[in-house]
Design a protein around this ligand. Structure first.
Ligand SMILES: [Zn+2]
Length: 225
């Protein structure tokens, strides 16, 4: 493929929000720099962007922005890139022998589109059927939050949440539906304020139409919030 074609293709992947892999594409040297070193480096990058845009960085209102953005990237909105921040697995035995579906719905989700670095805001709905192990409910929120705090595409985020819960719970019977707005679609480009994107991953027992229907019935997806 010649270079021009390749660049065109890369642009198209970004515009169409296509994920190229199920795992977050990280380099092997991703964690060689400490958080502090990353913050310092990103700070000068942000300074350079603002400088190039012609902004006056001596203005009191703008002075602190490069440092603020750098800290926010490393510690907050992209903090879930670091494996050390993965929520610890605390599981319990299913003492009550409850083997029906457990659904946690309307988990608030804030993520960032990896193609435009603009916010993705929405809700995640998760269900699982226990094979003897259960997790605390807040654990599901923490798993969603951990994977959301990365540059993301919604399909990958949905799959990563399911995969993690399958590992933690020791069962395939996990499902996740995410309904979210992408600010790159809503505020720029085609500026469609009302559209939202729904992605789903149904595994194990949730592949059966009845089980899937029961889950969807519980969450009764409302796409306006
Ligand atoms: Zn985007």
């Amino acid at each position: 493929m010649d270079l021009e074609k390749e660049l065109e293709n890369i642009e198209a992947i970004g515009d169409a929000h296509v994920a190229t892999s199920g795992d977050t594409p990280l380099r092997s040297d991703a964690f060689e720099l400490s958080d502090e070193e990353k913050i310092n480096s990103i700070k000068s990058d942000v300074q350079n962007i603002m400088q190039t845009l012609g902004l006056d960085l001596t203005d009191d209102s703008l002075k602190g922005t490069p440092n603020r953005v750098a800290k926010m990237f490393v510690k907050e909105i992209f903090g879930g890139l670091h494996p050390d921040r993965k929520p610890k697995a605390s599981t319990f035995d299913n003492k009550y022998k409850y083997n029906e579906m457990l659904v946690e719905k309307n988990i608030t989700l804030y993520s960032t589109c990896e193609h435009h670095l603009l916010p993705i805001v929405g809700r995640a709905h998760i269900a699982y059927i226990s094979k003897g192990t259960v997790v605390g409910l807040s654990k599901m929120n923490r798993i969603v939050d951990y994977y959301a705090k990365r540059p993301q595409v919604q399909e990958r985020l949905t799959m990563q949440i399911v995969k993690e819960l399958q590992e933690v719970l020791g069962t395939d019977d996990v499902a996740c539906v995410i309904d979210a707005k992408h600010l790159c679609v809503n505020s720029r480009g085609i500026r469609d304020i009302d559209s939202s994107t729904v992605t789903s991953e149904f595994c194990g027992a949730f592949k059966s139409p009845d089980v899937r229907r029961e889950f969807l019935e519980y969450i009764k997806l409302e796409t306006t919030y």
